[in-house]
Ligand binder design. Structure first.
Ligand code: 3HC
Length: 310
């Protein structure tokens, strides 16, 4: 009966074991996982666009091939995560429709424009750095397929961050114009990157339950703070500053204090009014509609040859 099943579910979580697709789980657990995993997948796929814009304008063949590898990785991350969502009974075509119809979200960070090539380096360093901060704990998420997808994704993410930081180091050893380009990109991406971690804990409707279910292992503010603490020394080595006059080390707490985030901007961007939301969704809709014939052909072929595969 349900009470015994719930007891078994709770015992699995208490023992820090993993819930697997065939295990019984509370409907709310399944629902919130599909919500988070699907939106994580949407973020990876939409996240291909900002840097994708620089593929044809990369300054060298090496930079172009590294960037191409990263953008392709993001597509793969999306695929792992849509596959993890499918183990929960979701359907990826349906999830894509929900994304395009704005019934599901994707990370706010991808709604900002990539105005110069330095943005490619800053996205690698800061955005993928923030993603690592957020995704490493998810490797211990209580849902098996999600945690295992994260392990593979985090390995690739560290390459993404390193190539971005190395790109910026090269530019910082260049001309004054290049140094100014890097600082301008840092100024534009710093605050939106802090918003990636989600609303403040006291305004996070999902955190408490997600922590109780072991889906999340840290709160939004804990991970945001960890990211600020790790980024300040990296900025110093790079020779750039963050656009926050209140950023200061607090010897009492051992953490950096930082200024207030603009949660009105966050709400606008998450609500679809960011600088690039319309373009990002229009491109995703076009990719779905223009390539529908490929999906139909592949599905028809598979059906015709069902069972024929040795
Ligand atoms: N952008 C858009 N929506 C956001 C958001 C953001 N930065 N932060 C929070 N939200 C949404 C939440 O989805 C939730 O809405 P919903 O209930 O409709 O889903 C609402 O705001 C309230 O936020 P909560 O804190 O209550 O929600 P969560 O507990 O789900 O926490 C989260 C939000 C921290 C993003 C969590 O969902 C999470 O850890 N997700 C997995 C990681 C992820 O999605 N990262 C996004 C970036 S992917 C990426 O960086 C790719 C890399 O390769 C560059």
């Amino acid at each position: 009966d349900e009470a015994a099943l719930l007891e078994q579910f709770d015992a699995t979580l208490a023992a820090d074991h993993r819930i697997e697709p065939r295990d019984w789980m509370p409907e709310g657990y399944r629902k919130t996982l599909i919500r988070q995993v699907a939106q994580h997948a949407h973020s990876e796929i939409i996240g291909m666009q900002p840097e994708g814009d620089w593929l044809l304008a990369a300054p060298s063949l090496r930079r172009k091939s590294v960037l191409l590898a990263k953008v392709q990785d993001e597509a793969g991350h999306g695929m792992y995560l849509y596959s993890a969502a499918e183990t929960l009974g979701a359907d990826r075509a349906d999830l894509t429709d929900k994304l395009v119809e704005q019934k599901q979200k994707y990370s706010s960070i991808f709604n900002y424009p990539t105005l110069s090539y330095a943005d490619v380096g800053v996205i690698g360093w800061l955005v993928d750095g923030a993603a690592i901060c957020n995704q490493v704990p998810l490797c211990r998420s209580s849902y098996g397929p999600y945690a295992r997808a994260m392990i593979r994704i985090c390995k690739e993410e560290s390459f993404h961050q390193r190539q971005g930081y190395e790109l910026l180091m090269t530019m910082m050893r260049g001309t004054d114009e290049q140094r100014a380009m890097v600082q301008d990109a840092v100024d534009r991406w710093w605050w939106p990157t802090l918003m990636m971690f989600g609303p403040p804990d006291e305004h996070s409707p999902n955190t408490a339950q997600s922590m109780a279910w072991g889906i999340k292992r840290h709160t939004n503010d804990e991970l945001r703070q960890k990211f600020v603490d790790m980024s300040v020394p990296q900025a110093e080595v790079l020779g750039v500053t963050f656009p926050d006059p209140e950023l200061e080390f607090d010897p009492e707490t051992g953490h950096y204090r930082f200024g207030k985030l603009d949660w009105e901007e966050f709400k606008r961007v998450v609500g679809g009014q960011g600088p690039m939301n319309a373009i990002r969704l229009a491109r995703r809709r076009a990719a779905r509609d223009d390539n529908a014939w490929v999906t139909e052909a592949a599905t028809a072929y598979a059906r015709k040859h069902e069972g024929a595969v040795a």
